[in-house]
Design a protein around this ligand. Structure first.
Ligand SMILES: CC(C)(COP(=O)(O)OP(=O)(O)OC[C@H]1O[C@@H](n2cnc3c(N)ncnc32)[C@H](O)[C@@H]1OP(=O)(O)O)[C@@H](O)C(=O)NCCC(=O)NCCS
Length: 185
């Protein structure tokens, strides 16, 4: 389902070719390849992506341009914090970056009925991932919400020295009325 936003600056011709939709089981292998092709992301098992595309489909989204999968958002409602949407991975193919797709994926999931109780967004980001900090900073700005960061999975305490520290970013609380998209996807 195409979700146009009042503030979306993309010209109508380009917008027409972009689709944001829920994943299906059949998308799992394609999503796995998109993530595998993205150097800054940890690889998943294909089984993990298959579970995301099935059991977690209602809180995940795919962006397609002319039928080609170019964007992926995985996330879930935190089991112990039902007001919090946790972004697991967000990924846009290099050729499709800078067109607002990552932000649209997040907005599209937040607009769904399943997210009606969501008042916070969380994710973890390494300190050097500038595009990701810019994305979440922009999301916080749009939602007129605070953004706080704190170390969460530390290099030595949690990653056994094998991975940079992941900082927990928390955006919120925000009011549902501030969402730029309110259609139900
Ligand atoms: C992070 C990523 C998903 C952004 O995708 P995108 O579709 O290009 O992002 P958007 O176009 O929606 O940009 C959203 C905002 O972030 C800003 N932004 C995005 N990439 C940026 C960059 N490289 N440098 C500076 N700002 C950037 C945009 O300017 C925009 O800000 P605005 O709304 O104020 O104009 C993409 O770069 C990516 O897939 N990176 C590799 C995977 C990754 O690191 N994922 C995040 C960790 S899970």
């Amino acid at each position: 389902m195409e979700l146009a936003t009042a503030s979306d600056p993309t010209p109508p011709a380009a917008l027409a070719a972009i689709t944001i939709r829920r994943p299906e089981r059949e998308d799992g292998a394609t999503v796995w390849q998109l993530v595998a092709d993205t150097a800054s992301l940890d690889d998943n098992s294909m089984y993990c992506n298959l579970l995301q595309c099935s059991h977690f489909a209602s809180t995940c989204a795919i962006a397609e341009i002319d039928g080609e999968v170019v964007g992926w958002l995985s996330g879930y409602i935190a089991p112990e914090h039902p007001d919090t949407y946790f972004v697991w991975q967000v990924c846009v193919a290099e050729k499709a970056r800078g067109r607002g797709l990552a932000k649209r994926l997040i907005n599209a999931v937040l607009a769904r009925n399943v997210c009606s109780g969501i008042r916070r967004i969380q994710s973890t980001i390494t300190s050097d991932n500038r595009p990701s900090w810019a994305l979440f900073g922009s999301v916080a700005e749009t939602l007129d919400a605070d953004l706080v960061r704190q170390p969460y999975f530390r290099r030595d305490d949690h990653f056994a020295g094998k991975h940079d520290t992941e900082f927990l970013v928390t955006i919120g609380p925000f009011e549902r009325e501030t969402l730029p998209v309110r259609e139900v996807a």
